[in-house]
Design a protein around this ligand. Structure first.
Ligand code: ZN
Ligand code: ZN
Length: 130
């Protein structure tokens, strides 16, 4: 997404488009999997933002609905975008070796007799670690 579009997106949700917030939102929108606070910090490292600022901005994005925060069972909060190409209620896969979390398609898990699934965590070893 272009810089100007990121600013628009933030303003439409009532947030000030600060340089740190624009970078953090850009990172989440470009990611195809949930990222931990540390992973987001690594990706915006060249901006010189401190970790607390990055964390506050992640929480701000969650508060206005641009991001979702989840714990896949390893007690680490991870953040992912909530746009229409990345809807909620999908399952996540956690690699127990490297800690990478991936999103699984909503169709990956079908449960009989369950109306609404709010969380599914799948654990295993990813291809890179196998
Ligand atoms: Zn792995
Ligand atoms: Zn996901």
């Amino acid at each position: 997404m272009e810089h100007e579009q990121l600013r628009e997106t933030l303003r439409n949700r009532g947030l000030r488009a600060t340089p740190a917030r624009i970078r953090v939102l850009g990172v989440l929108l470009a990611a195809d999997r949930p990222l931990s606070h540390s992973e987001v910090c690594e990706r915006v490292a060249d901006g010189g933002f401190d970790r607390a600022t990055v964390y506050r901005n992640l929480i701000d994005l969650v508060d206005v609905g641009l991001a979702r925060r989840g714990d896949v069972g390893d007690h680490v909060w991870r953040f992912e975008r909530t746009d229409e190409s990345h809807e909620g209620d999908h399952a996540h896969f956690l690699c127990t070796e490297c800690g990478t979390v991936r999103c699984l398609p909503a169709s990956a898990v079908r449960l009989r007799g369950v109306t609404r699934v709010t969380e599914i965590h799948v654990r295993g070893v990813c291809a890179a670690c196998a």
